[in-house]
Write a protein that binds this ligand. Structure first.
Ligand code: ADP
Ligand code: MG
Ligand code: MG
Length: 888
């Protein structure tokens, strides 16, 4: 079998696949000469083997571990389990990627009733020795024996009470001795066996517990949420202990090489004096900001600064470090790439390019398209901020409004009932994960910027306010009390601002975000690399202006049906529908023409110089009439009230027409270009409105560029009919106005037949835009609303579908139609412009596909335009680097 153990200074280059992230980091730090306590890593391969053997340590591992421990003893000059000079170690899990808070570490292993005396003698610090021992008993019992930490907390609390002290660090040596004795007693009571005194037994039990923890509930859930394969397994790191609990010149802390919330270049983090391990993140005392260390321990601070900069130079990324200070000396215990907010991700990537650490391509690949989405976080409307009821730490940016809930289960239940909720906890643990997923935002009363709640919320891109100590929380009864004495109960609405740490009573209005300077710069780099164009779906001049601000290069889809709504317009549309002859229809059409013309002027002006694709009327006409049932009721009432004959006759006519227009399956009914062919005057009016708007703008000195898009075309004859009509009307308008303009006629490809006869359609269509919402519905034969409400969830759960095809494009089915459409369309008309305007245009994976099949552009909703620019750049860079595989 391959080597199962690697020491941190092993010269053989092995990666995180075998050593896990933590082990690889410790080895790397050791190799670049940073102060790391000595130790070794048992590989992830051993974990996999452990599971292959059905939960047994592989043969030979014991011997390897014993031998390695002897080597560690030699190096440190201490002896494992010794009465005079004991070697203590930590046993730490470490998977390939960091899984925060998922698997627990055991510190101070190697202590027993004998060696604790040795430790006291050796360090001349009895209090420290007993503190370490009682901690070890607790951690070991919790992680290995499965006895809840809380039980031991109670033991400690009793002693604290007896000694009249508030904090752990104030308990006397005698008191801690007492705690250790009582804790061992507790273990014996619960397990029926004495606490193990054999240090080797402790060690092997701990190693096995690490392997087992790979498959605990929390770990499994975290893997599911983050798409981490179950087969990877975890490594085990055995590290010589260094002690932060040796007095006021010692401590433990976590620090980022840059600010993980804003990305600013500054050492950022927290530490706690006279403390060990997770104390700093567990919220037992409120930690100090790292900046304070500059005053308290200037030399250590200088050393930490030096280490941070070396780590960044080495990894070329922002690092998240764990360290311990033992009597003034700094030891590094962990480094990993730091989790950051979207804002920080962008700023760090851009700054590092300017600092010469990375190139633009790397910077672009560092920011995930979803991050970009988070960046467009909502904020509280600055005009209506008001007085916060409490202020905590600004742990994860963005604002959220929701009903207060006090447990994760409650959060899930209320969210399922359609409510937005804010999850309020003293502090979160991995057991709260499902509640955090369900909540809009997270509020905690304890814990710092590096607490579980803060780290996880940032990862999820959810607003969080942590450490709001001023709030008095009673989770059991579902109440919080503010310092001002206000009582807030379960079910009341609050607003939190994770960018400032403020908490407000009631629902404050939220406003949409803006794009900052770093973000602009990153996106401008994205534009240098991407091959795909990015347009927006926008129906109003406001949305058009917004998408232009976000970098859209045109409008890929303007839907015109919205222009038929609103009380005044609905009436005109109804008149048009009710008209019995073409002549009668002229008058309402004329009025609609005027309204539409001014709509198009607004949009074409906002997008001046950029192409605007306008889709003609798409939904069936009955959508503009009241429901027959409602009309029947109205008619009854009118009759009862004794309304006039003309009024009754009018209602009867309306009802008749509504019944006549009713359809069994409107999605596949009398809609789209079918309307435009049966009632040509409707589409002619729309084309005329567009052309007249453009002609007028042209005369006013603008540069309008419109493209008329016909929906639901499925046959060559339809396309020919519509293209002929369009050219005729546009040319009439242009020559009447004496202007010349370039424009295009094309179609939305959204019924499968259109893709199949793309070559024929391209004879008349100058562009295609894949309407992948309908194309997906019609290819699968699913009606989206029914499918998503009834069976798609189950389908995805059971693995029948890999994912919701309305969210991420179905490459093998719908995608195949797209490829066919592109190939055959371009065979007829090489310069054919092809894009996509379904919601998939804003989905990163679908965007990759669009790049691969050679579309000219994607069109997404305005807020997803920045995401699309980045995703398009990333796929272009990956292709350039040979990192994608095109399937035939
Ligand atoms: P996690 O994966 O939860 O971060 P870690 O193994 O990093 O777990 O450790 C938990 C805590 O114990 C951290 O604060 C870490 O710095 C500390 N720690 C781990 N090993 C040692 C050691 N050998 N000496 C001192 N502190 C340690
Ligand atoms: Mg942990
Ligand atoms: Mg750690």
């Amino acid at each position: 079998m391959a080597k199962s153990i690697y020491f941190f200074d092993d010269p053989e280059p092995v990666g995180r696949e075998l050593l896990g992230g933590k082990g690889a980091g410790l080895a790397e730090m050791t190799k670049i000469g940073l102060p790391v306590p000595y130790g070794f890593t048992i590989t992830t391969e051993v974990c996999r083997e452990y599971y292959r053997l059905g939960g047994k340590l592989p043969e030979g591992l014991r011997e390897d571990v014993i031998q390695s421990m002897h080597k560690l003893e030699e190096r440190t000059g201490r002896k494992f389990g010794d009465t005079n000079n004991p070697l203590l170690v930590s046993v730490r899990s470490g998977a390939r990627v960091s899984m925060p808070g998922m698997m627990d570490t055991i510190l101070n292993l190697g202590l027993n009733d004998e060696s604790v005396l040795g430790l006291a003698k050796l360090t001349n610090n009895e209090r420290f020795a007993w503190d370490s021992y009682r901690r070890f008993i607790t951690m070991f019992a919790d992680v290995v024996l499965g006895i809840s930490k809380d039980e031991f907390e109670k033991v400690l609390d009793e002693v604290k009470e007896k000694e009249h002290v508030k904090y752990d660090a104030e308990v006397s040596a005698e008191g801690l001795k007492d705690v250790a004795a009582k804790s061992k007693e507790l273990v014996k009571q619960v397990t029926g066996k004495p606490f193990p005194m054999d240090v080797w037994e402790q060690l092997f039990m701990a190693i096995e517990a690490v392997f087992k923890s790979w498959n605990n509930q929390r770990a499994i859930l975290y893997r599911q949420l983050n798409n981490i394969p179950d087969e990877w397994g975890t490594a085990v790191n055995i590290v010589q202990m260094v002690f932060g609990n040796m007095g006021d010149d010692s401590g433990t802390g976590v620090a980022f090489t840059r600010n993980p919330a804003t990305g600013e270049k500054e050492l950022y983090g927290e530490y706690l004096t006279n403390a060990q391990g997770e104390d700093v993140v567990a919220g037992i005392r409120t930690p100090k900001a790292i900046k304070e260390m500059a005053n308290e321990w200037p030399n250590t601070y200088a050393e930490l600064t030096r280490v941070a900069s070396l780590l960044e130079k080495n990894y070329k990324d922002m690092q998240d470090m764990e360290f311990t200070v033992e009597k003034g000396k700094l030891y590094m215990l962990q480094t990993r790439s730091g989790k950051r907010t979207a804002q920080a991700a962008v700023r760090v990537a851009v700054d590092m390019v300017h600092e010469g650490l990375i190139d633009k391509e790397t910077a672009l690949l560092r920011v995930s398209p979803e991050d970009v989405n988070h960046l467009l976080h909502k904020r509280i409307d600055p005009n209506s901020k008001g007085q916060p009821i409490a202020v905590g730490l600004a742990a994860s940016p963005g604002a959220a409004v929701g009903t207060l809930v006090f447990s994760a289960d409650e959060a899930v239940a209320e969210a399922a009932a359609g409510k937005n909720v804010i999850l309020c906890r003293p502090e979160t643990t991995p057991d709260d994960l499902h509640g955090m997923v369900a909540a809009q935002g997270i509020l905690t009363t304890r814990g710092g910027m590096t607490s579980h709640a803060a780290v996880i919320a940032r990862g999820m891109g959810k607003p969080a306010v942590t450490g709001t100590e001023a709030l008095k929380l009673d989770s059991e009864n579902g109440v919080v009390q503010t310092p001002g004495g206000t009582i807030i109960r379960r079910g009341e609405v609050v607003t939190i601002d994770g960018s400032t740490g403020e908490v407000f009573l009631g629902a404050l209005p939220l406003v949409e975000p803006e794009v900052g300077a770093h973000f602009e710069e990153l996106l401008s780099w994205a534009d240098e690399f991407r091959k795909l164009g990015v347009k927006a779906n926008a129906d109003t001049p406001e949305d058009a202006a917004l998408s232009r601000k976000f970098g859209a290069e045109g409008i890929g889809l303007t839907r015109t049906e919205h222009m038929f709504l609103g009380p005044e317009r609905t009436q005109i549309v109804q008149d048009m529908i009710m008209a019995e002859t073409t002549e009668e229809r002229q008058e309402p059409l004329q009025r609609l023409l005027e309204l539409q013309r001014s709509d198009f002027i607004g949009i074409l002006k906002a997008m001046d110089g950029l192409p605007v694709t306008i889709r003609l009327l798409d939904p069936p006409l009955h959508e503009f009439l009241p429901q027959p049932e409602d009309l029947a009721k109205e008619l009854d009432e009118a009759k009862k009230k004794g309304a006039s004959d003309t009024e009754i006759a009018k209602l009867e006519r309306l009802l008749r027409r509504a019944i006549q227009l009713q359809e069994h399956n409107p999605m596949m009914g009398f809609r789209g270009c079918r309307l435009g062919i049966v009632y040509p005057e409707i589409y002619e009016m729309q084309v005329r409105a567009v052309a007249e708007a453009a002609a007028q703008l042209k005369k006013d000195g603008y540069n309008p560029r419109f493209q008329i898009m016909h929906p639901l075309v499925g046959t060559e004859a339809e396309m020919k009919f519509l293209a002929d009509m369009t050219h005729r009307v546009v040319n009439e308008v242009l020559s009447a106005n004496g202007v010349q303009l370039d424009y295009k006629v094309g179609t939305m490809v959204e019924v499968p037949r259109a893709a199949l006869v793309a070559g024929d359609l391209a004879k008349y269509a100058e562009f295609f835009s894949f309407g992948t919402n309908d194309l997906t519905q019609l290819t699968f034969g699913y009606s989206r609303d029914d499918a998503e409400g009834k069976f798609l969830g189950t389908y995805v759960q059971k693995g029948i579908l890999p994912e919701d095809p309305f969210v991420s494009l179905d490459k093998s089915g719908v995608g195949r139609l797209i490829k066919l459409g592109v190939t055959e369309g371009r065979a007829t008309r090489p310069e054919l412009e092809v894009g996509i305007c379904g919601e998939h245009g804003g989905d990163p994976k679908s965007i990759e596909f669009c790049h691969e099949v050679g579309l000219n552009y994607v069109s997404a909703s305005p807020y997803r335009v920045p995401l699309a620019r980045l995703a398009a750049a990333q796929i272009a860079i990956k292709e350039k680097r040979g990192e994608i595989f095109k399937d035939k």
